[in-house]
Design a protein around this ligand. Structure first.
Ligand code: VG1
Ligand code: CO
Length: 563
């Protein structure tokens, strides 16, 4: 079919700088006239420049409301901009890690991911557009800044409005657009992703663990896909490959509104899983976020594995995964607010360990330059250099590999780890949807506080504990590979015993401001390992709330989520 594209005159707009992970806003914003088209055109032009014509790209998303509509617009805009080939997710569904896998496997020039990750979906909820570059990872700041600059200059976009594609049909479809060939290939990313997981892990060992081969007790798992994009991946891997009964894989139908829930795998929004695990019937539980890059791991009786510990345990045990037997372990990394548990493993093993700002994009250069194998964030993100995104299902398979090798329960593995390294007690308080002005004021006050060097050496007390301030700053990171600098990445108050208080504003919310407060304290005394982090960290929490005046300034007495 011969089609022609047209140029639509448009106005510049506040595209807003994409935050921690792409642009996230209320769906209604994306539905405003030309908004989505403008942003997609800015993304393609700014990210690809001269390479746009003739490029191969991919598009997929987490299945949320507006995803299919946006996918069609992207197909039409790509066609009009001279893209040669577009790999489109079957029914629009492709997890964020699967997109990364597809970019790398098919060597595309980049991809657009339609997701607002862990944020709710539906007509009155959120949507997001994110761009990933040719290495498979989220666009670095230079690219997102260029996209933002473009939104302030754009005056027209190109679109081929008559082009329609049935994305429920797998396979290639060819079009002639303005005399050029444009190929749309609808792909099943589930099989690509699963094939890759089978290269990375020893599926027989995991199957043996789950089914109790060799006279062992089977491990009863409960996997919750939270009605996000992970359903089809979970079914394929757990049910088809590992023989897990369907009743052990729940919420595996992707829904446009995630069943009206927050697809965020934490103790608050994945309370279902926690309640089920508390019954003691399952030895392992896991949940994912909407786009499948996050994971929460629970042991029997809902024993919670804090993500920072999850990272450290995997760091200590990577050699049981065939992928790392081949590649070796190059180094580790964590985001700044993530606890220092992994640093202790790195120290012991004599490996490099990097501390980067929040957001997966900061790990990409380290992986590309062969210095980083495993990394993670306290926000339920864990992953490796097998792709360039965090990967929820990968983390679950990694944990199962460790359990299979060690023949221990989740809790035993964690307790053994603490025994060896001590315990980094950790908690995060989220104050979601605060008013913007008070939140900014609180951060401004904290900036003043850390700018005053006379605060260094001060003693701060709460209850029976006294802490001495050793260092205060707003975290700044210089990328060791390209020397790019990212400043103001979070207020840090670090004490002489390495305890830390951190404050930052979320860069992924779509309305109001979300304040994140992170608290960490290290304990080497075995007698204390079983205490609750809320009890152990209470004095530091109080100090943090006092210094920041959070309650007074924002009016919030309690956080919305505690991890
Ligand atoms: C949050 C997390 C961060 C994570 C980001 C994207 O960002 O804190 O660690 O990388 O979400 O995750 P922020 O700026 O809201 O704190 V995902 O799963 O939303 O792509
Ligand atoms: Co996510």
């Amino acid at each position: 079919m011969a089609l022609t594209s047209k140029i639509v005159q448009t106005k510049t707009f506040d595209g807003q700088k994409p935050g921690t992970s792409g642009l996230r806003k209320a769906v209604k914003v994306y539905k405003e006239e030309n908004y989505t088209e403008n942003f997609v055109q800015c993304t393609l032009t700014a990210a690809l420049g001269d390479k746009l014509t003739g490029s191969t790209l991919a598009v997929g998303g987490d299945g949320r409301y507006f995803g299919k509509e946006a996918t069609l617009k992207i197909i039409q805009i790509c066609a009009a901009n001279g893209v040669s080939k577009l790999l489109v997710a079957h029914n629009g569904l492709m997890s964020t890690p699967a997109v990364s896998c597809v970019i790398r496997k098919y060597k595309t020039d980049g991809a657009i991911i339609l997701t607002a990750s862990h944020n709710p979906g539906g007509p009155d909820a959120d949507f997001g557009i994110k761009y990933n570059i040719a290495n498979g990872g989220p666009a670095p700041e230079a690219v997102t800044n260029a996209i933002y600059d473009m939104t302030k200059k754009i005056s027209s976009y190109k679109i081929c409005p008559d082009l329609t594609v049935d994305i429920s049909k797998l396979g290639k479809q060819e079009f002639q657009v303005d005399g050029h060939t444009f190929i749309v290939e609808v792909i099943d990313s589930v099989s690509d992703y699963v094939a890759y997981m089978k290269e990375i892990f020893d599926f027989d060992a995991i199957k043996g663990l789950l089914q109790g081969l060799g006279g062992k007790q089977p491990l009863n798992v409960l996997i919750n896909a939270m009605h996000g994009v992970m359903g089809p991946y979970v079914k394929k891997i757990f049910q088809e490959e590992l023989g897990t009964p369907a009743s052990n894989c729940v919420n595996c139908e992707p829904l446009e509104d995630f069943g009206g829930l927050h697809p965020d795998p934490n103790l608050t929004y994945a309370a279902d899983l926690v309640e089920e695990l508390k019954k003691g019937q399952h030895g392992f539980g896991a949940a994912f976020d909407g786009d499948g890059d996050r994971n929460m791991i629970l042991g029997q009786n809902a024993f919670f594995v804090t993500p920072s510990d999850s990272l450290a345990v995997l760091a200590d045990n990577l050699e049981c995964i065939p992928y790392f037997q081949k590649t070796g372990v190059k180094g580790y990394a964590r985001s700044m607010p993530t606890s220092g548990a992994v640093d202790r493993v790195a120290n012991k093993k004599g490996k490099e360990c990097f501390e980067v700002p929040t957001g997966w994009k900061f790990f990409g250069n380290l992986m590309d330059s062969g210095r980083l194998s495993l990394c993670g964030e306290e926000s339920f993100g864990t992953g490796s250099d097998h792709i360039r995104e965090k990967d929820g299902l990968w983390a679950v398979l990694a944990w199962l590999s460790v359990l299979a090798r060690k023949q221990q329960s989740v809790e035993e593995v964690i307790r053994e780890h603490w025994k060896l390294y001590g315990r980094n007690f950790y908690t995060r308080y989220d104050y979601e949807n605060c008013e913007t002005d008070p939140a900014n004021k609180m951060m401004a006050n904290l900036n003043n506080y850390i700018s005053d060097s006379s605060n260094i050496g001060q003693l701060l007390s709460s209850g029976e504990k006294t802490y001495k301030i050793a260092k205060i700053d707003n975290f700044s990171y210089t990328d060791p590979v390209d020397a790019s600098v990212s400043s103001k990445q979070g207020i840090r108050i670090i004490f002489s015993d390495d305890s830390r208080i951190i404050f930052r504003l979320s860069g992924t919310g779509s309305s109001g401001a979300t304040i994140r407060m992170y608290i960490e304290g290290y304990e080497s005394d075995e007698q204390k390992f079983s205490l609750s982090p809320q009890d152990v960290l209470k004095p530091l929490i109080e100090i943090a709330l006092t210094i920041s005046q959070l309650r007074e300034i924002t009016g919030r007495k309690e956080p919305t989520v505690i991890t």
